[in-house]
Each structure stands twice: as C-alpha cells, then as structure tokens.
Write a protein that binds this ligand. Sequence first.
Ligand code: PNS
Length: 165
Amino acid sequence: MTRTAVYPGSFDPVTNGHLDIIIRAAGMFDRLIIGVLVNSSKKPVFSTEERVELLEKAIPKIPGCQIEVMSFEGLLADFVTLVGATTIVKGLRAVSDFEYEFQMALANRKINHRLDTIFLMTSERYMYLSSSIVREIGKYGGDISDFIPKAVKDDVIKKLWKGNK
Ligand code: PNS
C-alpha cells in the first residue's frame, strides 16, 4: 500500500521551516503532495505559479519518497480525497498555532471522517519563522538568507525588493 500525505499551505514564499517539515514528512510517507492554496484570502505576494516553482526548486530529491507540488482551490478536504490521501501533515510552531490548527483538523474531519491531521513540531531554530516575517524583512532589503532555502534565495529577494519599489 502506498502511504500518501498532503502538506498544505500558502507557501508565500517557501521558508526553511516549511522545508524542514517536508524533509521530515518525506521520511514517513511514500508519496508527499505539497498542496499550494490558490485563492488565499491573504492575497499572496507570489503568484500561484511562482509559489509552485519556488517549492519545486527548493525541495531536494529524497530517496524513498515521491514528492509532488500541486496547486489547489476550494476545500482542502476535497483536494486530499482527490489525490487519494487521507492524511494531512501540518507544522506546529508555538502554542499560539495550536487553537487554529486544532479547529482546522476537526473541521476537515467533520467534512470527511476518514481524514486525519498529523502535526510535526517545528525544529526549534525555526520557531519564530514564517512567510510573513520573510516578506517583511525582504521587502526592506534585510538579510533573509538564513530563512529561505538557498536554491530560491535570489528569486525571492528579487521579487520582494522589486515589490517595494
Ligand atoms: O500556510 P497557511 O496559510 O497557514 O495554510 C492554510 C491552509 C491552506 C492549510 C488553509 O487555509 C486551507 O486548508 N485552506 C483551504 C480551505 C479549507 O479547506 N479550509 C478548512 C475548512 S474550514
């Protein structure tokens, strides 16, 4: 049996925190789908295509796990079912993430009782890290090289810096 999981998010843009969760989840599943939300109410800075491309560039080959980056619209529960999975992977940083994530996990299970959400605790060096922190620092020309995967550093810096002009 192929064990498939979905790691969903806005990834606006991908950070080292995301990559850490992806690499650790890849060790647990045969197939990992990275689901990039298209119509985020958050009005993403990076287009859907850019967010998908950055992820594809940033994710290394991991033996034993097939990783695919796909965008999705609408309900996560529907997307997870569409790709033949029943497991959602999420990262948890501080306690403040918990309440929202708990609510989402229960809502997704209410929509489809076969869905389970598993949480990976962030590695402590990424506790403070988020895409919005990266966007904020990058916009003003600050150094974001410790925050985002090396492979996409130049692309992300160029876009955030340009967006501020
Ligand atoms: O990286 P983010 O922005 O925290 O990711 C949030 C995401 C994409 C996981 C969440 O917004 C989501 O699942 N959106 C799809 C709509 C949905 O299914 N909502 C939950 C049921 S109420």
